[in-house]
Each structure stands twice: as C-alpha cells, then as structure tokens.
Ligand binder design. Structure first.
Ligand code: BGC
Length: 455
C-alpha cells in the first residue's frame, strides 16, 4: 500500500510511507509465521513450559445441544465482570439472565483477595436481585477466567501469569478457583465452582451447542487467544487417557516471545517496553484491541517528531501512554466524510490537538489502517496453523469468534480472510467459515459446569 497525500511534499509523503510500510506483512512472511506457529504448537503439545502452553482444558467430547439444566457462570478477563444465570433448554436453545459489573483499575492491580471479594459480592447481589440461592443445594457455577491457567482438573489449576493489564498480587502460581471459593465461603454464599474455563473454550462450547461441527473458539477482543479439539494421542505431555478428544486452550497470544518471526516495529517495541508484561504475549500485542491504539499512538508521535504531523506539535493527551484507544481507530477507519470530520473530531476534541489539516487527518487514517490491517493479517496465521496441524485443510470448518475487534473493527474479517487465502490458498480458505459468537463464554461456561457437575 503506497500512501500519497496531496498537500504533502514528496519528501513528506516518503516519510509517511516509511512509517506505513513498517506494518506491511508480505505473503511470504505470513507463511513463515504460520510455519513457525505449527512448530511451536507441536512443542507445546510435547512438553510443559513451551512458549505456546497448549493447555488441556479437561473438556472432552462434543456438545450435542441436548444438555439441559440451570447453571451460573462468571466471566472475568475482558472489560467487565459478567455474572450470568443460564437455562439450557435442549435443542440447542437457552435463555440467559446477566448483569455486568465494572472492575476498577485499582482492583485489577491490587491484592487478589480484594478482587475475589468483589466478585463474590457481585455474585451475592445478583443472587439476591434475582431471588436465587435459597436452596440448601449449592448452585453450580462455571468460572470463565480468561488468563493462562495451567489446569490440573476441570476446576483446578494455577495462574501462570497475568495478561491484558491485570496484575493482582498474590495470584500467580495460585489456584484462582480456590481463592474465589474461599471468598464465597467467608461470605456464606452457597455456590460451588464446578469448572474453570478459558473464554476461548467457553466460546467454542457455546457455539457448538447450536452448531456441533464447530472446530475452534477464538477471542479477538481486549486480548487474543484460541482453542480447538485435539486428539489426545497427539499430546505427548498428557498422562491421562489418550483415547479421547479434548479442547486445548492454546494460549497462542504468547507465540514468538523469542521474537523470531513476528514483524516487530520500533512502535511495537516501545509499546511492549511500557506494558506490564514486557516481552510476553507478543502475538497478542500485535492482534488485540488493548494494544493497537498504543502502537498507532507511537507511530503518530514519530511523525509529529519528524514535523510532518500536526505541525510538529503533540498534545498532553496524545503524549500520554495508552490514551489513543483502539475504538478511535475504528471510527477513523470508517470515516468517509470528504473532510474526514469524524477523524478531526477525535483528534481535536478527544486528543486535544489544537487544530488539524486535512493532510493530518489523512496521515492519521493511513496509519490506523496500516496497524489494523496488520493485526487482521497476523491473526490469520494461527488459524492457518491449526488447520495445518489438524490436517483440516480443504475440509469444512466452523470457527466461532468473539471479541470487539472481530465484531466492530472495520474490515477485520475481510482482511483476515484475504490473508488466510494467501497462506492456505483460496480453495481451502473457502471451506472456512468465521462466525461471530457474541458473548458466548458465559453460555459455554454454564455448559461446562453442567458437564462437570454430572461427573
Ligand atoms: C489470555 C487468554 C485469553 C485471551 C482472550 C489472553 O490475554 O492469556 O487466556 O483467552 O486473553 O481473552
């Protein structure tokens, strides 16, 4: 993609192009990333401690859609905490009651005990408001905890590390189920955590409830990760029954923390250095909503410093880390007004740049486009990798995807499909169906709690 902005000198246009070019990912590079991804998947299946953790989820067997019963679910790890009551009706149908609660920035980085007590209080008020929890029998709950948990059973495991801006103390190396169950006990809340569930696994199960042929669950939102069905004969590190299929929580956002193949730019490095998990989750950092705005901000500031953008002057707001949200990029990308007035509004009214020219807005739009396009192209690699590893190239595959980026970012799906076609060929690509599985993880966690409480 070559940018040519009227009103800029050829030298200025060349500088803008140098920045934009850095986000270009060629077909060759996509193929290399995919190849490396398949190698790393294998390592994760073979032994503990690999970069892509490839965690057996203890969810085996496929959904039939005939599962029935009423279960609770919690969903922690995105923007909000969600508490849900799910009624599985069979026939692939369900009803859901849910309430969202904001998790403050303070709770996200404070003691884990405070976070667990907050979650327990939210569950308590949900039960009270909905007239639930009076029976002597404990309510069974599926806990979607969307961070890397090295699971040891369906409701046990330890937190490997925090991601997505969470950094509570007293949690890494501990079991989040035990910590939350303890808060429930202290507060006399009669709830039993029957299952701990990654959001990708919940999304896969939720979509499979209606479409049993679903093969992968993916989150492309604040964070990024995927899960898929694996034949456990292929999992060397697994010491349990091999003759079964199980959902694997890949934790593929951690891919390439060795920085071998991902096309890191100076803007990625700067963002990474300022994040709370330096040199970790590098694949996630190129794809997920939490990071794209910050990468864009770094690239814009480079152009400001070269005196090509905003006459060489930034603002207090634009200078602030993490101030440029990925949601602004979406608005800017869809701005088709002749003077890019929506872009102007974000820059002037939200980011407080005193005034902007049309050329400024065009530059900002070009940079947002480059960062968003790269995210979608890089996101295609893990799908190509899973299809290659599972020998599913050329077969019909339904991939359930949830997350704000996939749902709202302009052309994300189209760009990802295009990149997938470059990697695996258009014929194989045409067999792959991406479906939006909105808010699937609550339903999925309830289904898994049901399966777990039957055992
Ligand atoms: C976490 C994953 C999660 C993903 C999407 C990542 O940061 O490590 O466990 O599935 O975000 O929410």
């Amino acid at each position: 993609m070559v940018v040519s902005i009227p009103n800029l000198t050829p030298v200025q246009n060349a500088s803008v192009n140098t920045v934009v070019e850095r986000f270009n990912v060629s077909t060759d590079r996509l193929k290399k990333i995919t190849e490396q991804f398949v190698i790393e998947m294998r390592k994760g299946l073979d032994h503990q401690g690999a970069t892509i953790a490839m965690i057996p989820s203890f969810v085996s067997g496929r959904c039939t859609g005939e599962e029935k019963g009423t279960f609770m679910a919690l969903d922690l790890g995105g923007t909000n905490l969600r508490v849900c009551q799910v009624n599985l009706l069979g026939g692939g149908e369900h009803t859901i009651r849910q309430q969202k609660y904001v998790v403050s920035e303070e709770l996200k980085v404070g003691p884990m005990r405070n976070l667990c007590d907050f979650i327990a209080d939210c569950v308590d008020s949900f039960l009270t408001e909905n007239g639930l929890g009076d029976s002597n029998e404990p309510i069974q709950l599926g806990y979607t905890f969307s961070f890397p948990i090295l699971q040891t059973s369906i409701n046990r495991g330890v937190l490997k590390q925090w991601t997505k801006g969470f950094n509570c103390t007293g949690a890494v190396g501990k079991d989040p189920t035990i910590l939350l169950q303890d808060s429930f006990r202290r507060k006399n809340i009669n709830v039993n955590i029957a299952a701990i569930v990654n959001d990708t696994v919940g999304t896969l199960m939720a979509y499979a409830y209606k479409h049993p042929n679903t093969t992968m669950g993916v989150i492309m939102g604040t964070g990024f990760n995927a899960s898929y069905y694996e034949d456990m004969n292929n999992v060397k590190k697994w010491t349990g029954d091999k003759n079964q299929e199980m959902v694997i929580n890949m934790e593929c956002g951690a891919f390439d923390c060795e920085r071998r193949v991902l096309p890191m730019t100076v803007y990625d490095n700067k963002m990474d250095r300022e994040s709370i998990n330096v040199h970790q989750q590098l694949h996630e950092k190129m794809v997920a909503g939490m990071y794209l705005g910050e990468i864009t901000r770094n690239a814009l500031l480079d152009l400001v410093d070269q005196q090509i953008l905003f006459g060489g002057d930034s603002s207090k707001e634009l200078n602030k880390n993490w101030s440029f949200e990925t949601a602004y990029m979406s608005t800017i990308e869809v701005d088709e007004t002749s003077d890019l007035s929506d872009t102007g509004h974000i820059l002037e009214s939200v980011m407080n740049i005193p005034s902007t020219t049309l050329a400024d807005r065009q530059i900002v739009k070009a940079v947002c486009h480059a960062v968003g396009l790269r995210a979608a192209r890089i996101a295609a690699c893990h799908i190509a990798g899973v299809l290659t590893h599972t020998n599913k190239l050329g077969e019909e595959s339904i991939i359930a995807i949830d997350g704000s980026l996939f749902e709202f970012y302009p052309n994300f799906e189209k760009n990802m499909s295009q990149a997938l076609s470059e990697i695996i060929g258009e014929e194989s690509r045409s067999k792959v169906k991406f479906d939006l599985a909105r808010d699937g993880s609550g339903l999925g966690a309830a289904i898994i709690a049901m399966i777990a409480s039957k055992h």
